[in-house]
Design a protein around this ligand. Structure first.
Ligand code: ADP
Ligand code: AMP
Length: 214
């Protein structure tokens, strides 16, 4: 089962993706997490992505497609995956769909998490993230230990600073929003999920949108 999560930065894709992964018993794969881990380990991939990420810009499509292939063919994703932020441009949507077909798999659902821009800015400005497991938190101070006790410390992401937030929202509107119509034109219905409200309620809406798929 492959479930694609779309939505602007701060909509809750990471938060809800983790919950859906647990429920569906498949891994959550987030390209942002892959890049941050690579950056932390100082790998060539991380170094290539660094400048784009810190400015809030998108990493070039060519880099994404190779990560997608690795993710889709990994043993852990053999039963499926929740794909968080993996598709962010029309060329990526085209490339990903072609790859999925070539591997004899299919996208089961596309969920679009929606929230107002004011709410997105409020959330991103207050977010802390575990540098080890990448879980995003709200209401936890930077420098405190990750509640998951994985020896990680909560940090503020460089791209959660005001200028990078503005860039990411603009990039979303200009480059990622067109992906929504691309999927609709290619007979892949988009399930819109109201992402405002308590976490459990948003999860329930997402599960309902999946219509028993898991
Ligand atoms: P995305 O992965 O879409 O960028 P995140 O899952 O990291 O979004 O969520 C952004 C921030 O908003 C995080 O700090 C998270 O804890 C918080 N958050 C997520 N969902 C909600 C919600 N329904 N209400 C309030 N805060 C939320
Ligand atoms: P995220 O953790 O989803 O907020 O992603 C953090 C950053 O990683 C983004 O702002 C981009 O710089 C980069 N990134 C993650 N996924 C993609 C993607 N599919 N295409 C291009 N850049 C990406």
């Amino acid at each position: 089962m492959l479930i694609v999560l779309l939505g602007p930065p701060g909509a809750g894709k990471g938060t809800q993706g983790e919950r859906l992964a647990e429920r569906c018993k498949i891994p959550k794969i987030a390209t942002g997490d892959v890049f941050r881990a690579a950056l932390k380990d100082g790998t060539p991939l991380g170094l290539q992505a660094k400048q784009y990420m810190e400015r809030g810009e998108l990493v070039p499509d060519a880099l994404i497609l190779s990560i997608m292939r690795e993710a889709l063919t990994s043993a852990e994703a053999s039963r499926g995956a929740i794909l968080d932020g993996v598709v962010r441009t029309v060329p990526q949507a085209e490339g990903f769909s072609a790859m999925v077909a070539e591997l004899g798999r299919k996208i089961d659902a596309v969920l679009l998490f929606e929230a107002s821009e004011d709410e997105l800015v409020r959330r991103l400005s207050a977010r802390t993230t575990c540098e080890v497991c990448q879980t995003p938190y709200m209401g936890h101070e930077p420098g405190t230990p990750c509640p998951k006790n994985d020896n990680g410390t909560l940090v503020r992401r460089k791209d959660d600073e005001p200028e990078a937030i503005r860039t990411r929202l603009k990039v979303y509107r200009e480059q990622t929003e067109p992906v929504i119509s691309w999927y609709e034109q290619h007979q892949m219905p988009i399930h819109r999920v109201d992402a405002i409200g308590p976490l459990d309620e948003v999860t329930q809406r997402a599960v309902k949108a999946l219509d028993g798929a898991c």
